[in-house]
Design a binder for this molecule. Structure first.
Ligand SMILES: Cc1cc2nc3c(=O)[nH]c(=O)nc-3n(C[C@H](O)[C@H](O)[C@H](O)COP(=O)(O)OP(=O)(O)OC[C@H]3O[C@@H](n4cnc5c(N)ncnc54)[C@H](O)[C@@H]3O)c2cc1C
Length: 397
């Protein structure tokens, strides 16, 4: 049976990140992905590499600091894929968050970001409001400008996998994880690999299996014998739509007039992407899809702010997609729940299975390094090949 130091299940951004970090640390590693790289949540996010300004409101300072640090790293290592963009927050007479509150938040953001590039902020002078893509200026008190970064999440994920492969990591795809059995030295993994000739059952052995199944992580964990601890999580659906009217000036961060939730309105491939919703999800992760009511909600929010979008109906939507957030189970609204990543090992010391639940696209590299730190004692010592913060990421080979 082929032996690996690390076998990763799931080719989303977290699986890609762990694969890269393991390969960079000198380990033999294999990624098993059942469909395609970034075929799950990692192609259905809001595509922001950001500190998460709104997490300041729920006191998640560690997360914001880490995310801003990771933003700086990616602006340096992946300049083709991660770019700073101006963000605008319009504040009207009846907007809940007032300009002074936003300035205070942005000051905290700048402090947590170590006053690095892109942490400056200010107000857009009234004379420049007409350059803001037709933003409604009636009752408009101020427009706050700051910077965060945008990416193409699927391209970024593929670039991380290519980087790992360049360091010797292997890929089994399309290949589905079927089951795992823990033993004294690690874990025996059974998976089904598909090819033009049909499908074949394969087996390999790993010192550590990393479960990066995203919304499917619970399913993966259930197929480990003997049974391992599985945290209680909720899946929360987030939908985005793209409409064929171009926004050019930057990304707008607006408050839904109805429920006060934050919604992003941003330029995307010649059109405008609007997202996202937070709808509790009960079904199978494979079945997630945008709901008509979510699409209408997003259109309504965008049309409330941008008169040029007011003629559009759901029939004009050119692209729609929904992804699933993995959040700690609870009664609090999704908006207010912790966005911290949960890393759960099968045992406190020398874990053989490490599962990743939740997390941020932005913090993928930091999360991968935390996983490596947690599984270090289960792995043989190897000669390090590279440091992940130095590895360049390119949009294609
Ligand atoms: C609507 C929404 C918007 C978001 N916006 C942002 C944002 O703007 N910025 C940000 O930082 N974060 C954002 N996030 C969070 C971020 O997108 C996710 O944390 C991240 O993409 C999760 O990646 P993952 O690798 O854990 O999961 P996934 O990308 O879902 O990957 C899991 C992979 O596992 C594979 N898999 C499942 N079962 C098996 C099996 N049996 N065998 C083999 N493979 C299997 C799947 O095919 C899939 O490719 C957003 C999330 C959502 C839902």
């Amino acid at each position: 049976m082929i032996e690996f130091d690390v076998v990763v299940i799931g080719g989303g951004i977290h699986g890609a990140g762990v694969l890269q970090a393991a390969a960079a640390a000198g380990h033999s590693c294999l990624l098993i992905e059942r469909k395609a790289i970034a075929s799950g949540t990692s192609s259905r996010s809001s595509k922001l590499i950001h500190g998460g300004l709104r997490y300041l409101e729920s006191g998640q300072f560690r997360l914001v600091r880490e995310s801003l640090h990771e933003r700086t790293v990616q602006l340096r290592t992946a300049p083709e894929l991660v770019q700073l963009k101006p963000f605008y927050i319009p504040v009207y007479r009846n907007t809940r968050r007032r300009p002074w509150q936003l300035r205070l938040g942005l000051l905290a953001y700048a402090v947590l970001g170590g006053f690095s590039a892109g942490t400056g902020f200010g107000s857009v002078p009234r004379s420049q409001w007409k350059q803001l893509d037709g933003l409604d200026t009636r009752d408009l008190d101020a427009v706050i400008r700051y910077h965060d970064a945008q990416t193409d999440d699927a391209q970024l994920t593929r670039a991380v996998v290519r980087s790992a492969q360049g360091l010797g990591a292997q890929l089994a795809m399309p290949a589905s994880f079927i089951e795992a059995e823990l033993d004294e030295h690690g874990v025996r993994i059974g998976y089904e690999e598909k090819s033009d000739q049909g499908s074949a059952m394969r087996e390999c052995h790993a010192r550590v299996m990393v479960n990066a199944g995203g919304p499917w992580a619970t399913h993966v964990a259930r197929d480990v014998r003997p049974a391992i601890a599985i945290p209680r999580v909720d899946l929360v659906q987030g939908t985005h739509i793209v409409v064929p009217v171009e926004t050019k000036s930057g990304i707008y961060y607006v408050e839904s007039p109805g429920d006060g939730r934050a919604v992003f309105i941003m330029p995307w491939q010649g059109g405008t992407m609007i997202g996202t919703t937070e709808t509790p999800f009960q079904g199978e992760p494979d079945q997630v899809q945008p709901l008509p009511a979510e699409e209408q909600y997003l259109l309504d929010v965008a049309q409330a702010y941008f008169p040029p979008l007011r003629g559009l109906t759901r029939a004009d939507i050119t692209t729609r997609f929904a992804g699933l957030r993995v959040l700690p189970a609870g009664d609090v609204q999704a908006f207010g729940r912790s966005r911290e990543t949960m890393l759960i090992g099968d045992r406190a010391e020398s874990a053989r299975v490490m599962s990743i639940y939740g997390g941020k696209l932005t913090a993928w590299r930091a999360t991968a390094e935390q996983v490596m730190e947690k599984i270090e004692t289960s792995l043989p010592r190897r000669r390090r090949r590279a440091r992940t913060e130095d590895l360049p990421l390119r949009s294609s080979l």
